[in-house]
Write a protein that binds this ligand. Structure first.
Ligand code: F0G
Length: 373
């Protein structure tokens, strides 16, 4: 018998629906409220960020051997395709609470996409300043479509951030780069999720480092959870920069940073001191990986594990493959994959190492022949 309208709208079904909606609509602020600087007065601007999967990497685990268990925290599955959404829900919610009308950021692309989306959601104006020649097309597309005022400079990220800092001091625009403390507060939720999923902290976190915000946020998250006795240990924080753009590794600013991993093409990290303190407190290290090593990990992740991330994210796995000898037997390792592969489809097509066989006649014979039959 066909269900009648009144069946569908019965009180039981209605409450199930409400329940489903309530569960589905939780972003990181609602999930981790007691750990975040929010109050009943904070308007929660969310796109249901967070709750991203922790996925095992059987191929990479076998590659590094010695019983080491490798997982990724796949943060490219956030609403705008990067980990920035965890911080942006906080930064934009607090900006809204404080009565801001506009926000601004400098960005290598992901922050601009995230800021644009959350600002739109909050009814705020977003200004994003980007190095015009070095932003992956997917990220630019997002910022434009979300309706931000997109300003390209003929310079790099460091120059853009310096301009943004000055504008933030002089004009009524709230800076939503990771110098905004609410950003790191939100981003620490990724560490909470890892412990919630594993029941313990991993032994190591391998993570790409640009401005040093995310590594700092993860550490804060693990430390807070250990204080609450949600885990009994803390991971060593292993940060990776691209070789042509590795100020934290060489311990001096890089004037003209260069790398295929445009997201982390940063020569003067905004959270330099904080990131260094995290490395030391955790007993971790900063190291660099070459563009070639990054692209190799990028291809392994997609071609062997079925995981598509952007090149900067693959720096974490490249770092693990390169420095596996530094970690102990049977260790549990989480590599952070910060951004989605679709952000930079140009890089994927250029560096896939695969061939697009095109120009084939539209016939059964021609296609079967190309297939090798
Ligand atoms: N991975 C990706 C994909 C990023 O976009 C960034 C930073 C990082 C890693 C590094 O994180 O700066 O906290 O150390 N992207 C910024 C942006 C700079 O503008 O989108 P960090």
């Amino acid at each position: 018998m066909k269900p009648q309208i009144h069946d569908i709208a019965s009180p039981i079904n209605a409450s199930r629906l409400e329940l489903k909606t309530a569960v589905a609509s939780r972003g990181i602020i609602e999930t981790y409220t007691p750990y975040l600087p929010v109050s009943a007065a904070t308007p929660i601007i969310t796109l249901n960020e967070g709750n991203t999967p922790l996925i095992s990497l059987p191929y990479v685990s076998a590659l590094v051997g010695r019983g080491i268990k490798v997982f990724i925290k796949y943060d490219g599955l956030n609403p705008t395709g990067s980990f920035k959404d965890r911080g942006m829900t906080m930064a934009i919610s607090k900006a809204k609470e404080d009565g801001a009308k506009a926000v601004i950021c400098a960005s290598t692309g992901n922050t601009s996409a995230s800021a644009a989306a959350y600002a739109t959601r909050a009814g705020l104006k977003a200004f994003v300043i980007i190095p015009e020649a070095k932003v992956a097309m997917g990220k630019l597309a997002q910022a434009l479509l979300y309706g931000a005022e997109v300003i390209g400079i003929e310079g790099n990220f460091d120059e853009a951030l310096s301009i943004v800092r000055q504008l933030g001091e002089r004009y009524p625009v709230t800076i939503v780069n990771s110098v905004n403390p609410y950003r790191l507060q939100g981003q620490k939720s990724a560490a909470f999720e890892i412990v919630d999923a594993m029941g313990e902290a991993p032994d190591y976190i391998f993570i790409p480092v640009g401005n040093g915000g995310n590594i700092t946020a993860y550490w804060m998250g693990f430390c807070e959870y250990r204080e609450e006795e949600k885990c009994t240990k803390l991971p060593k924080m292993m940060g990776f920069q691209a070789a042509g753009s590795a100020p934290l590794v060489i311990n001096q600013p890089v004037l003209n940073p260069e790398t295929i991993a445009t997201a982390i093409r940063i020569g003067r990290p905004a959270n330099w001191q904080k990131a260094t303190r995290v490395r030391d407190a955790s007993g971790g290290e900063f190291n660099s990986v070459t563009d070639e090593e990054i692209l190799n990990a990028y291809r392994i992740l997609a071609g062997k594990e079925g995981i598509f991330c952007e090149p900067a994210s693959a720096a974490s796995v490249a770092g693990l493959i390169k420095h596996a000898d530094k970690i102990s037997d049977d260790a549990v390792v989480v590599c952070v994959l910060t951004g989605n592969g679709l952000k930079d489809s140009d890089a994927a097509i250029t560096y896939s190492g695969n061939e697009f066989k095109k120009g084939i006649k539209p016939s059964y014979d021609a296609v079967a022949h190309v297939m090798g039959f």
